[in-house]
Ligand binder design. Structure first.
Ligand SMILES: Cc1cc2nc3c(=O)[nH]c(=O)nc-3n(C[C@H](O)[C@H](O)[C@H](O)COP(=O)(O)OP(=O)(O)OC[C@H]3O[C@@H](n4cnc5c(N)ncnc54)[C@H](O)[C@@H]3O)c2cc1C
Length: 383
């Protein structure tokens, strides 16, 4: 068995960097979502990675800045009612576009859409309600103190790995599967494909014979976009540890800011959907500048000199990700099962987009790998 990995590291969309000597920054996944059902929790315990169980501050607004408690409770009522309507509609088994379940004219609709850009990586007009309903959110979210990406790298380290090995063609026309890579050709009896859906759609990995059903399924499950920016914070005591700010209230194009995560002297910004794409396209520094503008507008202009950009992600421009996490387009909730199905007892498919209930997450990706490995063993007659 060998893992062929195009990058020079393990972890893919899980990637922890040290943004400063004392600031661990997860450029990709950061939260152990649905923590009681998250297989990475036990792995973290086994590998001695400390888990932080502080509740996420997502529904708070530190210092009530620009978003007083009465407005917040109105907003929370509006978003909860939206999700209830969509959930009720999903019971019919008929798919529809999530944005159709917004209350027409409700003043909170742009902000509900902003939350969708963080959760789904896209606005609600691109989200299937059946898919949204299939996601299993237990409401418990924990974090890995040293970084989720660092945990993944430690977990993956014992695997036999070929790094800097980009797979270009999987030829399954012959008796053995031929795999053409940037480092040469190899053959195998079975292959598990785990690349993000956007790479399958773009045919960054080609199959011979072609697999039109897989390409169509992947097209129905595009990766949305979410990006993070890390800002160093001078005089951190002025802000609460693990606080939260929404950059604005009445629009969709805005950031969400985690103040002093783990008490570190920094602020982590999160942007999603079309706005994240615009900021990525605007080039280096645009996301940090936007984050600083929004924070200064809420907390005062002296924050401009207290904040210093450290690092930012650019997942849409990452050639081996081409986005952040998958969502099903309206009418395509069934595509996850199609993408996950083995072909011919020789090609198997894993990755977050194939997870029926934990898609878009790191543990969903991990569990799907275990499912695919079980299918391979099953095909070999070993259980
Ligand atoms: C900003 C952001 C925030 C997130 N937040 C969270 C969170 O809080 N919690 C959570 O659970 N999830 C979160 N996620 C999602 C989570 O990171 C992903 O769902 C998960 O890591 C995907 O794993 P995967 O194995 O399916 O895909 P990937 O991690 O993308 O792995 C696929 C691998 O295939 C490699 N590859 C691509 N092309 C080739 C090729 N041609 N040849 C060889 N190798 C190739 C890639 O380099 C990569 O290593 C976040 C993601 C982002 C981007």
């Amino acid at each position: 068995m060998v893992v062929l990995e195009a990058r020079d590291r393990v972890g893919g969309r899980g990637h922890t960097i040290m943004a400063a000597p004392d600031i661990a920054f997860d450029l990709g996944c950061g939260w152990l979502h649905s923590a009681e059902k998250n297989s990475f929790v036990t792995i973290a315990e086994q590998l001695n990675f400390e888990i932080d169980k502080t509740r996420p501050p997502w529904r708070e607004q530190s210092h009530d800045a620009g978003f007083p408690p009465k407005e917040r409770s109105d907003f929370i009522e509006a978003i909860d009612e939206f999700y209830d309507r969509a959930e009720e509609a999903a019971k019919s088994g008929r798919d529809s576009t999530a944005s159709a379940w917004l209350d027409p004219g409700n003043r909170w609709n742009p902000m509900i859409d902003a939350i969708s850009t963080y959760v789904n990586g896209c606005e609600l007009d691109r989200v299937s309600i059946l898919d949204m309903d299939a996601y299993e959110d237990t409401g418990i979210n924990w974090r890995v103190r040293r970084g989720y990406g660092a945990l993944m790298a430690a977990y993956g380290a014992p695997c036999p790995l070929a790094l800097n090995c980009e797979v270009r063609l999987i030829d399954h026309s012959g008796k053995r599967v031929r795999i053409e890579t940037s480092q040469g050709t190899l053959t195998a009896n079975q292959v598990i494909v785990t690349v993000p859906t956007n790479l399958i759609v773009d045919q960054a990995i080609r199959f011979h014979p072609t697999l039109p059903a897989k390409v169509a399924a992947a097209r129905g499950l595009p990766l949305g976009l979410a990006d993070k920016v890390m800002l160093a914070l001078d005089q951190p005591e002025a802000l609460p540890k693990d606080g939260n700010l929404r950059g604005a209230t009445m629009r969709t194009a805005m950031g969400a800011f985690h103040l002093r995560p783990f008490g570190q002297a920094c602020i982590e910004g999160y942007f999603g959907g079309r706005f994240a794409q615009q900021l990525e396209d605007a080039g280096d520094g645009a996301m940090a500048a936007q984050a600083i503008d929004e924070i200064a507008a809420l907390l005062g202009s002296d924050f401009r000199r207290k904040l210093k950009p450290l690092a930012a992600s650019r997942w849409a421009h990452d050639p081996f990700a081409r986005g952040s996490y998958s969502h099903a387009l309206p009418g395509h909730a069934g595509a996850r099962a199609v993408l996950a199905a083995p072909v011919d007892g020789r090609l198997f498919f894993a990755g977050e987009a194939t997870s029926p209930n934990f898609f878009s997450t790191a543990h969903g990706a991990r569990d799907s790998g275990e499912r695919a490995a079980g299918e391979v063993m099953g095909s070999l007659g070993k259980k």
